[in-house]
Design a protein. Structure first.
Length: 495
């Protein structure tokens, strides 16, 4: 195989029992008989409709959330924490239902979907614990004539716009801190994967989240939604995860109302593998960083830089790992790599592969789509990818491992930083000094050192440069939904 073509391997079919289970979960959601169709990316099959909510309906939802939020803002931190703990318990109890739903509408293998439920639920638990630590301070003024009391309170109504690739985790990572801070929410999930959001918000209501506090808007006209809602004076915060281009547009709209903004935008993550890395550990880490969610992750290892001394062994080992993946429906018994989200994504993978090969890259495995109804692309490894290849300059967002080689540390860092993006980076070395020095020099918001999955509910997730602003997770994530105020309390001079 010398160019992007059609892969002839047999795809793993879905388990009939699992399909039935997932369909029963979908049937439990109150969905309309018509509207915007949601499809299974593994088959193209229609699995449900969600309502197409127009601007008038979106603004009505803003009003409902705003009304509910006034009472929520007056609740105590302990009351909010108790509700979030109950929501967490409900999510855990419904792990199988949520996981099957995620796989059915997004495509990832069921084992990964279960992992997302755990990861996404952890944000709810974390912010249940953070809700009772809203922050604040009390200090003396330098001249001794006053005390300064610093208070934190809810910023107000938050509009949350989430992507399709982690439909549970991206929702809980935004909703949980908003509720913990005392804010009401209007959330717009991606129209490719809205069912998970609708389901988990209903679970939140069952767990005790007040009626109306979380409003879900589904629409195929996101631009109309954003313009109308972000310009509503009741809205005080916007949080978005998605492309840098869309993020810029949202920031321009938000600037009219001087809205608090959090933007987690595009990534082009470098992974640096040094000669002194533990080979097995490095292969495991890069494999996880690249193939998690089929490569459809903003922090996926997009540019894999491997030092010359270890490169041949590393490429051989990673090629073997990719070639062993079993591609098929996410609800298949042995599937380890599911479909891409749609046919446009599979077409992009083929175009990127052809471009890289035409410029000198060497195809080691994969390289083709499948002649099947779904949007599948074979796990692919390209070695000696030139810096001029399109995949070396843009976000891949698919199961292609693009390997480049380097000789010196300075060379690797210069090439890693040669991008407008700055979300995530990875370093693999057994030398602690090198690990920390390289991490310090990488222009990214987060760095995985000898591991490929650095995200954690207790860590401040976010990027620099064109990869966004603000942080999600950790105590910093709560602060994104808080206003800071201070009271200057005069002190009577002592006599």
């Amino acid at each position: 195989m010398t160019s992007a073509t059609v892969d002839t391997r047999t795809l793993v079919p879905a388990s009939t029992d699992r399909i039935t289970y997932a369909n029963n979960v979908i049937d439990s959601i109150a969905l309309p008989a018509s509207g915007t169709s949601v499809n299974d990316p593994a088959t193209g099959e229609h699995i449900g409709y969600v309502p197409e909510i127009d601007v008038t309906g979106a603004l009505e939802a803003v009003g409902v959330a705003d009304d509910a939020g006034r009472a929520w803002a007056r609740t105590t931190p302990r009351e909010r924490a108790n509700v979030l703990h109950a929501w967490y318990d409900t999510l855990v109890a419904h792990t199988e239902e949520i996981a099957h739903l995620i796989t059915r509408e997004m495509g990832k293998p069921l084992a990964e979907a279960r992992g997302e439920v755990k990861y996404g639920s952890d944000f709810v638990r974390w912010y249940a614990e953070q809700a009772v630590r809203p922050g604040g301070d009390f200090r003396d003024a330098p001249d001794g004539g006053a005390n300064i009391l610093v208070r934190r309170g809810p910023v107000g109504l938050a509009v949350l716009i989430t992507p399709w690739n982690f439909p549970l985790a991206m929702a809980t990572r935004k909703i949980a801190p908003a509720l913990a801070a005392g804010c009401p929410v209007v959330i717009k999930p991606a129209n490719l994967t809205p069912l998970t959001t609708l389901y988990v918000v209903e679970l939140a209501r069952q767990a005790g989240v007040p009626e109306g506090l979380i409003q879900v808007i589904t629409t195929e006209k996101p631009a109309d939604f954003s313009i109308a809602v972000l310009r509503d004076q009741r809205v005080r915060k916007v949080s978005f995860t998605g492309s840098t281009g869309v993020g810029r547009q949202l920031m321009a709209i938000a600037s009219d109302g001087v809205l608090r903004s959090s933007m987690e935008l595009g990534g082009n993550a470098p992974a640096l593998v040094f000669d002194d890395a533990d080979l097995e550990r490095a292969v495991d880490g890069v494999f996880a960083a690249k193939l998690r969610n089929g490569g459809q992750s903003c922090i996926a290892a997009n540019r894999i830089y491997v030092q010359s001394g270890i490169a041949d062994d590393f490429v051989d080992a990673l090629t073997e790992r990719l070639a062993a993946l079993e591609v098929g429906h996410g609800l298949g018994d042995s599937t380890t790599l599911g479909p891409l989200i749609d046919h446009r994504a599979a077409t992009k993978m083929a175009e990127l592969t052809r471009d890289a090969i035409s410029k000198g890259a060497q195809l080691r495995t994969g390289g083709g789509a499948f002649d099947a109804p779904g949007s599948f692309f074979a796990p692919t490894l390209l070695d000696h990818v030139p810096a001029s290849a399109d995949m070396a300059r843009s976000e891949i967002f698919g199961p292609i491992a693009a390997v480049q080689r380097f000789d010196t540390e300075d060379e690797a860092i210069a090439r890693a930083n040669d991008t407008e993006f700055g979300l995530a980076g990875y370093v693999f070395t057994e030398n602690l000094d090198r690990a920390l020095n390289v991490a310090d020099r990488l222009e990214t918001g987060l760095v995985g050192i000898n591991q490929g999955v650095p995200s954690n509910a207790a860590a401040p997730f976010g990027g620099i440069k064109q990869s966004g602003l603000g942080r999600e997770g950790s105590a910093e994530g709560l602060e994104e939904y808080q206003n800071v105020r201070f009271y200057n309390i005069a002190r009577r001079p002592s006599t």
